[in-house]
Design a protein around this ligand. Structure first.
Ligand code: ZN
Length: 481
């Protein structure tokens, strides 16, 4: 009992006596702010106090004394990238042979039975793997969508793992309630009953959701997709989320199969179905939105719905190319997502920005070719791609405290050493270099003023141990009877 008392008093004392800490970051070859003026500052730096930015600007104008100093000579300094759609658990099922060359519905039907064998430990280790990969690619905040909870798994397992890594986490309490026997796609064994889902959702919001500036953990309600969830659960999830002021997320308009499913099951296209269910508004964001027309894009803009663009997954599953520039032009908020690791099969967010730029250009080329005599539509720039991955993603998650490097915002950033073979010949424009050239890992990734990656190494976890544990878990999952 004495031990318990001592432990409790330590818990109480730590926050009271933890000293104010300052971090001075200076001499970045180029600092990209992504602020309202999109300032790019040569020989730039930041002065950080207790996890928030106090000053941004030229190095010679910053305070000169701090608890710790980081010299970023020869580095590019960028706001932390923000991932707005993922399924961390899928790191356990990358490149599964039977799902390698399948489209969405066949891919899902192959993987559901494997995922049904996951345990709480699998959720924990896969979360750490995905977040470690993301952090190494410059990501400082991520949203995850966990929608099956087999064998006692809970969202708590993911949140615990995320807190240990130290990346900001928007954990979605996903759900599936429309099994095969009711006309849905997933087998009945992986769906839950609606009462259980809603009760657990409420518990998670009350236990973990922190809406304050600097928040490390937020909870999102995220029924999985039109073909795996009942209309009733969609409506009730929206009601519950709005009672607590939290955000709503789902997959929408990802494939033509989904569109056909919706037309047959409910007599509406996916977006019209969402409107019917009261699933439009500034608190709603959709993953994918590949198959949307101009009218539907207009509805997103008018109602404030936002979109996560997942270009690699859309190519991997042959889903199509989302009309991202049309959405941006219409005023729709767009963020970036790597999507689950069984359809990417990686969690490199910087690479994803590059893919977003490339596939937008492919679409522009295809459209230009189809309009005889017309000029090619505008091409997405490297700066636009990075803006989607930073400011855009922050707005998708409803956060004003991250997404740019400005006084008062969270001290979330990453830095890349420009002295790389990959960047040779492109150093006249370092920002363009990191998007156009082959992606490299971050040298530093910092969340709330704390290192997650330092000198190319993860600081909050032992990487080789993680790889061993993860491979062990994946082998067990794939080889189980
Ligand atoms: Zn997804």
């Amino acid at each position: 009992r004495n031990d318990q008392r001592l432990f409790r008093s330590i818990l109480i004392l730590v926050p009271v006596y933890s000293p104010m800490t300052t971090l001075l970051v200076r001499h970045a070859q180029l600092l990209v702010t992504m602020d309202n003026q999109r300032r790019e500052i040569r020989d730039g730096g930041l002065f950080i106090r207790d996890g928030f930015i106090e000053h941004v600007g030229a190095s010679d104008g910053l305070p000169t004394v701090a608890d710790e100093t980081l010299d970023l000579s020869g580095h590019l300094l960028l706001p932390g990238l923000i991932n707005t759609h993922h399924h961390f658990y899928q790191t356990l099922t990358r490149a599964v042979p039977a799902a390698q060359d399948a489209n969405l519905f066949n891919w899902l039907k192959t993987l559901y039975p494997i995922w049904a064998r996951m345990t709480p430990d699998d959720i924990y280790v896969s979360t750490q793997t995905a977040l470690a990969e993301l952090a190494l690619s410059g990501c400082t905040a991520a949203s995850d969508h966990l929608y099956l909870f087999p064998n006692g798994s809970r969202l708590d397992d993911e949140i615990r793992a995320g807190r240990e890594i130290g990346v900001r986490l928007h954990a979605s309490r996903g759900s599936m309630s429309l099994g095969e026997s009711k006309g849905g796609l997933p087998p009945d064994s992986v769906v839950e009953d609606e009462e259980t889902i809603l009760r657990d959702s409420q518990r998670l919001i009350e236990t973990y959701h922190d809406p304050n500036p600097g928040s490390m953990t937020q909870v999102v309600l995220a029924p999985c997709s039109p073909f795996s969830v009942t209309a009733d659960l969609m409506r009730q999830s929206a009601t519950l989320a709005r009672e607590y002021g939290i955000r709503l997320h789902t997959h929408l308009a990802e494939t033509q199969d989904e569109e056909a499913f919706c037309l047959e099951m409910v007599g509406h296209r996916p977006v019209a179905y969402m409107e019917l269910l009261n699933w439009v508004g500034p608190d709603v964001w959709f993953a994918h939105s590949v198959h949307v027309n101009q009218e539907e894009i207009g509805l997103y803009a008018q109602t404030g719905c936002s979109v996560t663009h997942c270009p690699t997954s859309n190519m991997r599953l042959a889903s199509g190319i989302a009309p991202i520039l049309d959405m941006l032009q219409a005023g729709v908020k767009v963020g970036l997502g790597v999507d689950g690791s069984a359809s990417n099969d990686g969690s490199n967010l910087l690479e994803e920005a590059r893919q977003a730029m490339m596939v937008a250009r492919l679409r522009a080329g295809l459209m230009g070719a189809s309009r005889s005599g017309a000029q090619t539509p505008p091409l997405m720039s490297a700066r636009q791609a990075l803006e989607i991955a930073t400011r855009g993603s922050a707005s998708v998650l409803g956060r004003e405290d991250i997404g740019s490097l400005e006084a008062g915002k969270c001290a979330d950033f990453f830095a890349i050493n420009l002295n790389h073979l990959e960047f040779t010949g492109a150093l006249h424009d370092p920002l363009a270099a990191v998007v156009f050239c082959s992606p490299v890992h971050a040298d530093y990734t910092v969340v709330a003023g704390k290192y997650i990656v330092k000198e190319c190494q993860l600081t909050t976890i032992d990487q080789s141990n993680l790889v061993a544990l993860h491979n062990q878990a994946a082998r067990r999952l794939l080889n189980a009877p």
